[in-house]
Design a protein around this ligand. Structure first.
Ligand code: FA5
Length: 340
């Protein structure tokens, strides 16, 4: 009786295990027949009720059925695992021999490019490139440049004062005095650098921008010398004659003083936010060095004279690359920077 029950159970289990469509169905069949509360376990528990002469035979039969089902279950389970692994490998296939996507090399900032071009030009003309501190004393930024405390020119450059009485330099002109003290006369220097003004920001004004100071001291330096160097500067940058105008300009540290403006290259002179709709951009103030400034630097104005200029380097970069808003330069937008 139990023999036929067992063999019927075996053939039902074999067909369920062998035809299980997926590992869930296979697991269900395992629980039903081989599980702790499954059919085979139930029969095993009832073995004690059998007559002693049947017990050995049925026990053997039960073991054989169990071994058969377990072997079939394991081989099906292994097949499902292999299938799952194969489909995962197919989906996550990686070709390690493929070249990596190209890494984009960085590029120099347009300010650096123009600064380097100017340094190359001026060193070829016998000028040294010098540096000065961004945190300056009132003496170097104002007094030594013939701008006494009550002078209205101090108001023209809105200053960031520091709590210890020093300041963020408002222009690169203090380097004139530092260079005179250090090197004496004759002297040919340029001093590119960052300057700071407490100003409202717009398309052509930043609170932090770059200037490039130039100074030449020798015997009998004239305005013609100054114009020669400034023209060389503009030709080197624009590779053609840029339209400029020279007009009188007042700076306490030069006498006479001039403003050199460039016709706005963003709008071609017709007027835009960069030139404040005037058609001209202030670029290169300059003049012959005031005798008081020579004295501040320890140079005898009866023996020597010279010229100085304070190029608006950031503005020059804007004109050279037709950048229509100064704020692009410090915004850190890669789409802008990658164009240079
Ligand atoms: C000066 O700073 C003088 N030290 C220049 C000078 C040097 C004159 C030597 C004579 C002899 P000014 O304040 O005009 O001058 O500034 C010089 C240039 O810096 C301007 O022509 C302009 O091109 C640029 N500039 C001034 N303010 C800003 C600003 N907020 N943002 C960007 N560029 C500016």
């Amino acid at each position: 009786m139990l023999d036929s029950q067992l063999s019927e159970l075996e053939s039902r289990a074999v067909s369920l295990i062998d035809s299980a469509p997926d590992s869930d169905a296979l697991e269900k069949a395992r629980v039903e027949f081989l599980g702790r509360k499954g059919s085979l376990a139930t029969i095993g528990k009832d073995m004690g009720k059998l007559a002693a002469e049947d017990r050995g035979r049925i026990g053997k039969l039960l073991n054989a059925v169990k071994q058969n089902l377990e072997a079939r279950y394991e081989s099906r389970q292994a097949a499902f695992q292999l299938g799952a692994l194969n489909s995962r490998l197919a989906a996550e296939w990686l070709d390690l021999t493929m070249p990596a996507p190209g890494a984009r090399p960085g590029s120099l900032h347009p300010l650096t490019l123009i600064q380097r071009e100017l340094e190359e030009l001026f060193t070829s003309l016998g000028f040294a490139v010098v540096d000065g501190p961004e945190v300056e004393t009132e003496w170097y930024n104002f007094d030594a440049l013939n701008i006494p405390p009550t002078h209205p020119a101090r108001d023209a450059q809105d200053t960031f004062w520091l709590s210890d009485g020093s300041l963020l330099r408002t222009h690169t002109s203090p380097v004139q005095v530092r260079a005179m003290e250090k090197f004496g006369a004759p002297l040919r220097i340029i001093a590119p650098g960052r300057v700071f003004r407490n100003e409202e920001v717009d398309a052509s004004h930043e609170h932090t921008f770059y200037q490039l100071e130039g100074m030449m001291i020798d015997r009998d330096v004239s305005i013609a010398h100054m114009l020669y160097f400034m023209k060389s500067l503009l030709t080197a940058i624009f590779h053609r004659e840029a339209t400029v105008r020279l007009r009188p300009g007042f700076f306490p540290f030069v006498e006479p003083g001039f403003e050199l403006d460039i016709q706005c290259l963003i709008c071609g002179g017709s007027g835009c936010p960069v030139c404040k709709h005037s058609g001209w951009v202030e670029l290169l103030p300059c003049g012959l060095v005031h005798p008081n400034v020579l004295r501040s630097g320890g140079i005898d104005p009866d023996q020597w004279n010279g010229f100085a200029f304070g190029l608006g380097l950031t503005r020059l970069v804007m004109m050279r690359y037709a950048i229509d808003d100064i704020r692009h330069l410090a915004a850190g937008d890669l789409r802008f920077l990658q164009q240079f």
